[in-house]
Design a binder for this molecule. Sequence first.
Ligand SMILES: *Cc1c(COP(=O)(O)O)cnc(C)c1O
Length: 401
Amino acid sequence: MTSTESRSPSGETLSSGILSAMREVLGSPSQMIPLHEPEFRGNEGAFVAECIETGWVSSVGSYVTRFEKDLAALHDLPHAVATSSGTAALHTCLAVAGVEPGDEVLIPALTFVATANAVSYASATPHFVDSEPRSLGVDAAKLRTYLLEAARVEGDRLVNRATGARIRALIATHIFGHPCDLDGLKELAAEFHLVFIEDAAESIGSAYKDQPTGRHGELAALSFNGNKVVTTGGGGAVLTSSPAHAERAKHLTTTARVPHRWGYTHDEVGFNYRLPNLNAALGCGQLEQLSGMIDRKRDLSARYAASFAEVETARFLLEPEGTRSNYWLNALVLAPEFAGQRDQLLTDLNDANYMSRPLWTLMHSLPMYSSCPRMDLSEAESLESRVINIPSSPRLADTPR
Ligand SMILES: *Cc1c(COP(=O)(O)O)cnc(C)c1O
C-alpha cells in the first residue's frame, strides 16, 4: 500500500471495487454512457409538429396553457406559470416574494450556480448555508443555531447582525431529486420570518411524506433544461398556491404588460420570461411519460444500490426516509479516507465509458461569490470532496441483467 492509495479493509482499491460494481449494472460499454440523456418515447414529436403546422410556435398558444394546467395538477396546486428557464423561474420567485435590492437570501453553498445567480439578478446577496449528508440539502438544525447567533429578529424582519441587511428568504434545493428536510426548514422559515422557496429544479415527480416537492414552499421553481428529468429543450415554471403570487408571476414574466385588447402599456420593469408554445408542446408530451421515466430511473437506482451494497469504499446515495426521489442523478459518496483519490476514480470511470463527474464547485469558492456572507460550511466542503454522479438516464434500466 502506498501513501496515496488507500485500500478498504478487505483490500480493494477505490477504483477496482467501484468499476466492478458499475460493470454489474451497466456491463462494459464500448461507447461513452452519458450522465443523463433526454428521452422522447411518446407524443412529443406529434405535439411539436402540430405547433409548426398551425403556426402557433411562440409565447401564446394552447400548449402553454395546457402545460401550466398539467404542472399545477401534478403538484396538486391551483397555479403554475411556465417560464423560459429554471433560472428565470427562480428570479421570478424572488421578485414575487418581495426580495428587494440589498436584501440577503439564504441558499445552500452546495447547489447549482443558477440558485445564486437568481439572487444576484434580484440585486440581493446570497448568504451561504451548510448541508447535511443524508439528503445533501440544507441542514435545518445547524442553520437555526447559526441564525440565533448571527441574526436578530426585529418585528417581522430578520437582520444580519454583521451586515445590517435584511435576510428576506430561504431557498432550499432538492439535490439530485432527493427531497430535503422540508418540515424542519418550513418550521425554521416560520420562526425567522423568512419566505420559504423551493428550488425544485431537479426534483419533478419526487415526494416528501407523499406530497410532491414544489408544493411546500410559498413559491417553487422547476427547470426543464435538457439534462433534467422532464425537458422542454429549455424552460422552467413557478409553482404557488397563492392566486396573487401566480398573477404577479405571470405579469412579471410577460413584460408587465397591462392586459388590453390592442394597447401596449407596461406598469413596471418586467421580463421576457414566457415559455414558447413549441417548448411547451414538448413538455406536454414529456409529462405524459413522467411516471414511466421515474419508474425506470428508480429501477436503475435499485440496481445500483444492490450492486454497491458490497462496496466498502463508497455508499450509494439513497432517498431519505419518508421521501420518494425521482433519482435525477445517481450519486456515490466516497468514504472520507478516499476523498484524495476522487479525481483518479473519475478518470478511471470516464476511461471505462461511464460518464461521471464531481459535485458542482461550491458557491462560495466561485470568484463572483467569494465575499458573500456565509456560515461554517464544513459538511458541504466534505461532501464536495467525496460525492460523484454516475450515469442516470431512464433508458439504462433497459440494460440486460
Ligand atoms: C437546473 C437547475 C436550475 C435551473 O437551471 P436552468 O438551466 O436555468 O433551467 C436551478 N437550480 C438547480 C439546483 C438546478 O439544478
